[in-house]
Ligand binder design. Structure first.
Ligand SMILES: C[S@@+](CC[C@H](N)C(=O)[O-])C[C@H]1O[C@@H](n2cnc3c(N)ncnc32)[C@H](O)[C@@H]1O
Length: 191
């Protein structure tokens, strides 16, 4: 089941909203990361940037084969061979990966999902002890040029609370990611 309001504008428009490398570095991603998973890779805006930054492998999930094709072509164009793209409905079927293997998970522009804590519990399961989740979302501001309707757009403190309900502990406060986003990093405890 596709997450509500998870359609995308044209790629060039979507990409114009972000500085992916800068955002990922701000959210603590470094070359020390060996195994990263992204839930809903879209056009690969952050997938490719993450694959360039980390020392290991990226697993990118999306329900939409067209999105996966665009992302894979983008990775090929950049000469990247450390991304595995998987067509997967993570809402109904989870990631399908064994538990506790990932160092970092990206949940970007997707937490307006109907059941955010269920999704966050699946992310938690995927992470190793000490592994981190980076969350970003549209500012809770009707003036942003896109983003889910305000009635379903989570506030940063809601994202933080849902992640804590799923078992995460905060590794950062709310981080401003101008012009239109905020982010946060939380950790699976245990190391
Ligand atoms: C708003 S886009 C965000 C893309 C990317 N995370 C970014 O920030 O650039 C959401 C993406 O999640 C995908 N998606 C929605 N529901 C999904 C599901 N149930 N399983 C896997 N992917 C899903 C959509 O196809 C879309 O590509």
């Amino acid at each position: 089941m596709k997450v509500r309001e998870s359609g995308m504008p044209e790629q060039s428009v979507w990409d114009s909203y972000f500085e992916p490398q800068e955002i990922l570095q701000t959210l603590g991603l470094t070359a020390a990361c060996q195994n990263l998973i992204e839930f809903g890779c879209g056009y690969g805006t952050f997938t490719v940037a993450a694959a360039e930054l980390i020392g290991g492998q990226v697993i990118a999930l999306d329900i939409d084969p067209q999105m996966l094709e665009v992302s894979a072509a983008r990775a090929r164009d950049q000469g990247l061979n450390n991304i595995e793209f998987k067509c997967r409905d993570f809402v109904n079927d989870g990631s399908g990966l064994p538990s506790g293997r990932m160092d970092y998970a990206m949940l970007f522009n997707i937490l307006h999902h109907e059941q955010p804590v269920t999704l966050l519990r699946e992310v938690y399961r995927n992470l190793s002890a000490g592994g981190c989740i980076g969350i970003i979302h549209w500012n809770h501001d009707p003036e942003t040029p896109r983003g889910p309707p305000m009635s379903m757009r989570p506030k940063p403190e809601q994202c933080m609370m849902w992640a804590e309900q799923a078992g995460f502990i905060p590794d950062s406060g709310v981080i401003k990611l101008p012009p239109y986003h905020y982010g946060m990093v939380l950790r699976r405890p245990g190391r």
